[in-house]
Design a protein around this ligand. Structure first.
Ligand code: FEO
Ligand code: CA
Ligand code: CA
Ligand code: CA
Length: 609
C-alpha cells in the first residue's frame, strides 16, 4: 500500500546545523552522493571541469550552474536501472566561479551558457547504488542562451513580443531565471522563469516596467554591455523583457524538439507550475508569483488530457482559462493581530475564490486585450482584487489527498508602513519564517472557482520563542523550520519541504523536512537533511520505492570570493592543499541520499555482458 511504501524512508530527525557549518548532513543509516555537479561532462566530447581555464565552449557541453528544479524519471520498462534527469540552471554566482584574472566579458559570456536547462540520462548498477551520468545518453541535451523557444497561446505573435530579431513575435532565444517547475502528467517538464527583470536594463518608465521591477539601471549581470537585446532602451528591443517571465515546457525524450513558452499561463515572476488532471480531464496548472504581496494563480486547459497521446497533450497548455486567487478568512479581523497568534476558532482558515482573468478565450479584465492580460498579468490581476500573498513559491497538488500546498516563503514587509496588513492567510507582520497554505478545491473540482483553505503551519523555531503553528502538533516536538520554498510528496502523501533563507531567519543551514499530513501526527516536522554553508535546498524528490531522496543544492558558499571560498561542497578538498585546485571550491550539485552505504559512487556502473 501507499502508506507502507512511505514508511520505507523512515529516519530519525537530524539536529539543525548552525549556519556557518559547511557540511552535508543526513540521518543515521543514510549516505549522500553528488550525482552531477556544475561543470560535469554531459557528452562524450565534454572537456573535464577545469575552473582555472573555463571557457564558453566548455560550458556549453557541461552541466550548468545553480541547479534549482529537479526531476528524475526512472524508466520502469526495463531493469529499472536507467533514468532521465531534468534540471534547470537559475542563475550564476560569478564572484566565486571564475579566477580574478579572467576578464569580466569572458566571465559574463560563460555565465550566459551556465544558465538554461539540462536533460541527461542516468544509469546505475542496481537500486542500492547511486545514479551516475551516462554521457552517451541519446537524450542528453543542454538548452543554452541561444536555444530557440516557440511561443504558444493567444499572445504568441502579439506586437508586445516583437523585436528586431523576431519581427513576428513567435520565438525567443534562451530562458532565464528558471526556478521551480513540475513534471506534467504526460511526461514533459515545465519550468518557471522567475527573476527575469534582473537581466535587463530597461526604460523603466511604463506602469508595466515598474510593476515588474524593470529599471533603467545597470543590470545585476551586466549582459547589456555585451548584447543589445538586454537593454530595452536600444532600438528594436523595447519588448525584449516581455519575452521572459513565462512557463517553459520541454519534451525530454525528443532532443530535436523545440521547447515552448506558453503565454496562456501568464507572465510574472513564475516560481514554477504543477499540473494535475481534473476529473473532467482538463489539465489544471497551479502557479505562484514569487514577489512580496503578489498572487497565486491557476490555469485550466480548454482541451482534455488523452492518455498516451503526447502530440495532443503538448497542446494543452496553449489554450485555456486563467484565474487569480482571493482568500477570505473566517475569524474576526481583530483576532489577526500580526503576531502569528492562532485565532479563537483554533485555525487560520476560510474560503476563497478563483477570480477570472481569461475565460473562453476572452479577457475578463476591463480595458485590457487578451495579449495585454497575458503579457502584463500582474497589471491585469491588480484590477480584480486578489489577495496579496507572502511570496508564493512552489504550489503543488498532493497526489494522495488532492489538496494543493502553497509555500509562502516569507515577507519582511508585511504590515509595515503603507503595505498590506496581516490577514488570516498571511497572519504575521514582517513575516520572517513563512507559512504553508493547504487549499481544498470545493467538491474536489480542480476546474472550479470556489475553494476552502487553512494554514498547515506557520514556521519558525519554537525553542527561540517564535510564535508558530503546526496544525496543533506540539510545538516542542518539531524540527525548527523557516522559509519554505520547494515542496514534494512521498508515496504516502506526506509533504516534504525544502527551505531557502533559514540562516537569516532561525540561524540554521537550509534543509529538507518531512511533514506528516494525516492522522495524529499531522503537522509534525522532521528534518531529513541539512546542506552546506550558504546553500539552498531545491528540487526535492522522494523515491521511497528506491529508499532515496534527491535534492539540488544551489549557491553553496555564495557569499565567498574566488580567493576566499566559503564552501568546498561537494568534494570537500582542503582549500589549503595547493594541489587541490579544482575541488577546493563549491559546485552546485544534484545529490542523491540513499539508505545504506551506496557504494561505487561517482563511477559509471559496470556494464554486464
Ligand atoms: Fe527562485 Fe522563488 O525562488
Ligand atoms: Ca479561523
Ligand atoms: Ca524557489
Ligand atoms: Ca515541487
Amino acid at each position: 500500500s501507499a502508506t507502507a511504501k512511505g514508511k520505507s524512508l523512515a529516519f530519525k530527525a537530524i539536529d539543525p546545523v548552525h549556519h556557518e557549518i559547511d557540511e552535508f548532513v543526513v540521518p543515521n543509516g543514510y549516505s549522500w552522493h553528488p550525482i552531477v555537479r556544475w561543470g560535469d561532462a554531459l557528452f562524450p566530447d565534454s572537456e573535464p571541469f577545469d575552473p582555472e581555464n573555463q571557457s564558453v565552449k566548455k560550458q556549453r557541453r557541461q552541466f550548468g550552474y545553480n541547479n534549482d528544479f529537479l526531476e528524475i524519471q526512472v524508466d520502469r520498462s526495463g531493469d529499472g536501472n536507467r533514468a532521465l534527469l531534468f534540471a534547470n540552471h537559475e542563475y550564476s554566482n560569478d564572484a566565486i566561479m571564475y579566477p580574478d584574472s579572467m576578464d569580466e566579458k569572458t566571465k559574463r559570456a560563460i555565465s550566459r551558457e551556465a544558465h538554461g536547462l539540462t536533460v541527461v540520462e542516468l544509469e546505475r548498477r542496481n537500486a542500492k547504488t547511486p545514479w551516475a551520468v551516462d554521457v552517451n545518453g541519446a537524450n542528453n541535451r543542454r538548452f543554452l542562451i541561444g536555444t530557440e523557444y516557440e511561443f504558444t497561446g493567444p499572445a504568441a505573435g502579439s506586437d508586445l513580443l516583437r523585436t528586431r530579431d523576431y519581427p513576428k513575435g513567435d520565438k525567443v532565444q534562451g530562458t532565464l531565471g528558471n526556478c521551480s517547475g513540475g513534471l506534467t502528467p504526460w511526461g514533459t517538464l515545465v519550468s518557471g522563469e522567475e527573476n527575469f527583470n534582473s537581466y535587463f536594463r530597461a526604460q523603466g518608465k511604463s506602469e508595466a516596467d515598474k510593476r515588474y521591477g524593470l529599471t533603467n539601471d545597470a543590470s545585476a549581470y551586466g549582459w547589456e554591455d555585451d548584447l543589445q537585446r538586454f537593454d530595452t532602451n536600444k532600438s528594436g528591443y523595447g519588448n525584449e523583457a516581455n519575452r521572459f517571465g513565462w512557463i517553459v515546457e520541454v519534451d525530454p525524450r525528443d532532443p530535436e524538439s523545440t521547447p515552448l513558452k506558453h503565454t496562456s499561463l501568464g507572465r510574472f515572476k513564475h516560481e514554477g507550475a504543477n499540473i494535475t488532471i481534473a476529473e473532467s480531464g482538463h489539465a489544471v496548472a497551479y502557479m505562484g508569483d514569487d514577489e512580496k504581496f503578489d498572487y497565486l494563480y491557476k490555469f485550466v486547459s480548454k482541451g482534455k488530457y488523452i492518455e498516451g497521446d503526447l502530440p495532443h497533450n503538448l497542446t494543452l497548455l496553449s489554450e485555456g482559462d486563467l484565474f487569480v486567487a482571493k482568500f477570505t478568512g473566517n475569524s474576526p479581523k481583530s483576532e489577526i493581530d500580526g503576531s502569528g497568534a492562532v485565532p479563537a476558532d483554533g485555525e487560520f482558515d476560510g474560503s476563497g475564490q478563483w477570480l477570472p482573468l481569461i475565460t473562453d478565450g476572452k479577457s475578463q479584465v476591463s480595458g485590457m486585450a487578451i495579449d495585454e492580460v497575458l503579457v502584463n498579468t500582474r497589471l491585469a490581476a491588480d484590477k480584480v482584487g486578489p489577495t496579496k500573498m507572502d511570496r508564493c513559491e512552489d504550489v503543488e497538488p498532493n497526489p494522495v489527498n488532492g489538496k494543493i500546498y502553497v509555500a509562502c516563503t516569507n515577507n519582511s514587509d508585511r504590515g509595515t508602513d503603507g503595505k498590506a496588513a496581516a490577514d488570516e492567510a498571511n497572519p504575521r507582520t514582517e513575516n520572517r519564517d513563512g507559512h504553508i497554505v493547504e487549499l481544498t478545491e470545493r467538491g474536489g473540482d480542480h476546474t472550479g472557482t470556489e475553494f476552502d483553505w487553512s494554514l498547515l503551519m506557520v514556521c519558525g523555531d519554537p525553542k527561540q520563542g517564535d510564535k508558530t503553528y503546526f496544525s496543533g502538533f506540539p510545538v516542542d516536538q518539531v524540527s525548527p523550520i523557516s522559509c519554505p520554498d520547494n515542496v514534494t510528496f512521498d508515496s504516502a502523501g506526506n509533504l516534504w519541504i525544502s527551505t531557502d533563507g533559514a540562516p537569516d531567519g532561525i540561524g540554521y543551514c537550509d534543509g529538507l523536512f518531512k511533514v506528516t499530513i494525516e492522522g495524529k501526527q499531522r503537522g509534525r516536522v522532521e528534518q531529513f537533511l541539512s546542506v552546506p554553508r550558504e546553500g539552498e535546498v531545491c528540487g526535492p524528490l522522494i523515491h521511497d520505492d528506491d529508499k532515496s531522496a534527491f535534492v539540488a543544492v544551489q549557491h553553496p558558499g555564495e557569499d565567498g570570493s574566488w580567493a576566499n571560498q566559503h564552501s568546498q561542497f561537494p568534494d570537500f578538498v582542503d582549500a589549503t592543499d595547493v594541489d587541490a585546485g579544482v575541488a577546493a571550491m563549491p559546485r552546485p550539485s544534484v545529490v542523491q541520499v540513499l539508505r545504506g552505504k551506496g557504494k561505487d559512487n561517482g563511477k559509471p556502473p559496470k556494464k554486464d555482458s
